[in-house]
Ligand binder design. Sequence first.
Ligand code: AMP
Ligand code: ZN
Length: 473
Amino acid sequence: MKPIEFYDTRTRRQRRFEPLEPGRVGIYSCGPTVYAEQHIGNLRSRLFSDLLKRFLLSEGFEVTHVINITDVGHLVSDADEGEDKMEAAARRAGRSALEIADHYTRLWREDAAAVNCLPPEHNPRASEHIREQIELAKKLEAKGYLYTIPDGVYFDTSRFPRYAELAGLDLAGQAEGARIGVTEGKRNPSDFAVWKFAEEGVRRLQEWDSPWGRGFPGWHLECSAMSVRYLGERIDIHTGGIDLAPVHHTNEVAQSECAFDVHPWVDFWMHNEFLNMGAEKMSKSTGNVTTLSDLVRRGIDPLAFRYFFLQAHYRQQQVFSEKAIQSAAKGLQRLQKIAAALEEATGEGDEALQAPFRARFRDALADDLNAPRAMAVVWDVARNDTLGEADRRDLLRRFEAVLGLKLGEAVVEDDGDRWETDPGIDGLLAERQAARAAKDWATADRIRDELVAMGIEIVDTPEGARWRRKGAG
Ligand code: AMP
Ligand code: ZN
């Protein structure tokens, strides 16, 4: 079996992956800033970390996945300037910051569930870890890394010699090109705030006392503080979009390596490339965004976006288009149909015949998560007419654990008389449909689980959801 290899942004090469502690992997993924609905570019980032987790689980590792929720301190500009995104959104909506955060956190979780992402083991909020953030800043202060200016408490990046390492930054060039208007008193253009003071006379919705004065933590501090709380002082894998490497992740490294005296703090930095709209990155600031709910409104199955995601390597830019998502939806449907039909196969498969297909699928993913190559193996199995049906069924079931395309729960043609009726079960099914229509995925899934526990199989047909008792098909 080939060793697992991932590409690491810091060392700029693909190398062998082995967890710091045998059998266990800790993953930290930078999560959403919950001031607006996430777009499908953000969702690509979420799907990438889910694919990584599913693959590691399929390799037998115990995985602890932490995704943070940024609900304070992320300013409009990366240069520690401008308004806090949460405060601005709350003011616009006439709501509290907490209400805004709750609302968009819920939407983000629903989107993730709709594309069948496994929930993270921990999903901590920045605003609920202020104490940890202050403790970390105090550690850095005691070691002499911080200085205070009228605007806040800053990290002196010139005191950390490896500052440029992760993203290969040109610090001399940065200093030369430093913009006018850089925060007054900053010693180096790359210095960043770990604590910002509340502006005098401005009443913020979220502010806290600290040893340095009333204010709020800088955005980068939360990830250093929450990762150590849930994963310890060193991390196996840290993920995020590639745009985060030069500032946010670089600053996380500075804080964590200086506070804990570790190097490398993160063993593998894995960054996903962008989802583009035409030639440009999909981004809230450009406004060229599509959300998952936009797709659903247009009648597209959320899982079609997952299928679309699997068609590109995570380190390639991927271009979104109507045509591409439609073709992904067709591909998904075809695959689901084949899988559903194979579920009817009887008899046992032959492990020996399946082994080479399993190895090809697994080796593709072990090679820096090459999903397109893995998908080619999936189709090779789905269309294969030399393998027996039971073998194809078994293989697709195994692949499904990593793919998450809900193969086997699929659309088949309604042939009229195979479906059953029963007032109790019909009622539950109707409730589930209503929950789905309202995008209340949690309720919909809960009802589905309840029905499954009763031995009921739900089948989505062109006429709507139907059911039958398992084994009665
Ligand atoms: P944000 O909510 O903008 O802080 O982003 C959350 C995550 O989504 C980060 O890891 C970003 O790097 C990532 N991200 C943002 N836009 C895109 C995009 N167009 N394609 C892929 N990932 C993105
Ligand atoms: Zn982060």
